[in-house]
Design a protein around this ligand. Structure first.
Ligand SMILES: [Zn+2]
Ligand SMILES: [Zn+2]
Length: 350
C-alpha cells in the first residue's frame, strides 16, 4: 500500500497597520523554516495576505498559533483545506504597497464588519430574494471555471477595472448588490470603493468562495474555484482539481492535451494558447521559443509539472530528467479581444 502525502493548507488575511516590515519578514521566514511551512505572504503597511501549507498537522497548527500571537490577532479567520498536491515549493514573503492589488492603495478597510454576509445569509438571499444583482469581482479566467448561479461576469483582467465596470452598468445606487471573490480580500476593498461612489446597498461574502464551499458544497456555487498556487483550482470539496492543469504558456487553467512538437512531452494547454502559433504545439515557453527559431530541431525530453506529480506518486525517481517550471510572472496569451500579447503579473495570494 502506498502512502500518499497530505498537505494542510490555509488562506488568511488581515487589514491592520504594520510597521518595520523587514523585521516582520525576518520573523516570518525564521518561523516558516523552523516549522517547514511553505507558502506566500504578501506584507504591507496595511496588513498581511497569505496562503501557507505544511505537511504535518503539528506544524500547521503551530504556524496558525504563531500568526495569531505574532500579529496579536486572536480572532484571526483561517480558511483551511487539505491537498494531496503540494501547493508551494518554497516559503516567500513579498513586501508590497497593497496586500491585494486593487490600484487603490491607502484605502484601508476598517477593522470589523462592513456588510458581510455569512455563507448561510448569502444562501438565504439567493434562495428567497429576486431583487438583487450579484457580481463576480474576480478576473475573467477565474469566472470561466466556476461561479455562483446567475452571477454577472465583469470580464475584467484585473481588479482595478472593477469600479469602472460597475459605473458603466448603470446599476441604481440603492440596488441590492452582492459581491464575492476567492477568499474575501478583494471585496473588502471593492466594497469601500463602491460605497465611496454612492452605492449604499452592497454586501460581500464573508471569507469568499472558499468559506462558502466549506459549508455548502454543491449548492449555489457551480464549477471549481481558481486558486493562486500549484493546485490551480479546488473542487466543491476543496480538493485540488483533477480537471485543470496550469497552462505552461500563460498560467491559466488548461484542459487541452497536446504532445510537444519539439520534445514530445505531454502537456495541457489552455483554450487561448491553443490558438497562438508555437504555443499551441509546445509544452513550455522554452520549447515554443526553440520551435520558432529552429523548427526542424528536436529537443531533449522534459517533464512537465503534472508528469512530475504522477511519477512521484508512483514512487519513481524524477531527479535526472530536466523539469519545466511554470510561472505566472511573464507569459504570452490572448487577451479578451483575442489579441496575443506579452504580459507579466505579480505573484499574489489572491
Ligand atoms: Zn495558456
Ligand atoms: Zn517541449
Amino acid at each position: 500500500m502506498s502512502e500518499s502525502l497530505n498537505y494542510y493548507v490555509t488562506a488568511y488575511y488581515r487589514f491592520t497597520k504594520l510597521a518595520d516590515l523587514p523585521a516582520i519578514q525576518k520573523a516570518l521566514e525564521d518561523k516558516a523554516e523552523e516549522l517547514n511551512v511553505k507558502g506566500l505572504v504578501i506584507l504591507g503597511d496595511e496588513g498581511y495576505n497569505s496562503t501557507c501549507a505544511a505537511s504535518s498537522i503539528e506544524s500547521f497548527e503551530a504556524w496558525k498559533t504563531f500568526i495569531r500571537e505574532y500579529f496579536n490577532s486572536p480572532d484571526q479567520f483561517f480558511k483551511d483545506s487539505e491537498s494531496t498536491k503540494s501547493p508551494f515549493r518554497r516559503f516567500k514573503v513579498k513586501v508590497r504597497n497593497e496586500i491585494v492589488t486593487t490600484g487603490i492603495p491607502g484605502v484601508m478597510p476598517p477593522e470589523g464588519v462592513n456588510h458581510h454576509l455569512s455563507p448561510t445569509e448569502w444562501n438565504k438571499v439567493m434562495k428567497e430574494e429576486t431583487d438583487y444583482v450579484m457580481i463576480d469581482t474576480r478576473n475573467w479566467y477565474e469566472y470561466k471555471i466556476g461561479t455562483f448561479k446567475g452571477a454577472l461576469n465583469p470580464n475584467i483582467e484585473k481588479f482595478t477595472e472593477f469600479p469602472q465596470y460597475i459605473e458603466a452598468q448603470g446599476i441604481p445606487k440603492d440596488k441590492k448588490m452582492l459581491i464575492f471573490c476567492t477568499g474575501g480580500i478583494r471585496c473588502e476593498k471593492g466594497i469601500l470603493e463602491l460605497q465611496d461612489k454612492g452605492y449604499n446597498n452592497v454586501f460581500q461574502l464573508d471569507g469568499g468562495i472558499l468559506n462558502y464551499m466549506k459549508e455548502y458544497p454543491n449548492d449555489q456555487f457551480e464549477g471549481e474555484c481558481f486558486v493562486f498556487d500549484h493546485r490551480v483550482a479546488v473542487d466543491q470539496n476543496l480538493q485540488p482539481t483533477t480537471k485543470f492543469g496550469l497552462c505552461p504558456h500563460c498560467g491559466q487553467p488548461s484542459t487541452i492535451k497536446i504532445e510537444c512538437k519539439r520534445c514530445d512531452a505531454h502537456e495541457l494547454i489552455c483554450e487561448d494558447c491553443i490558438k497562438v502559433e508555437y504555443a499551441k504545439d509546445t509544452c513550455s515557453k522554452n520549447c515554443a521559443y526553440q520551435l520558432e527559431k529552429h523548427p526542424a530541431r528536436k529537443g531533449q525530453k522534459q517533464l512537465v509539472p503534472f508528469e512530475i506529480e504522477k511519477m512521484k506518486a508512483e514512487g519513481k525517481d524524477t531527479g535526472s530528467i530536466p523539469q519545466i517550471r511554470v510561472t505566472r510572472t511573464k507569459y504570452i496569451s490572448l487577451n479578451k479581444n483575442g489579441e496575443a500579447e506579452t504580459r507579466s503579473t505579480k505573484e499574489t495570494a489572491e
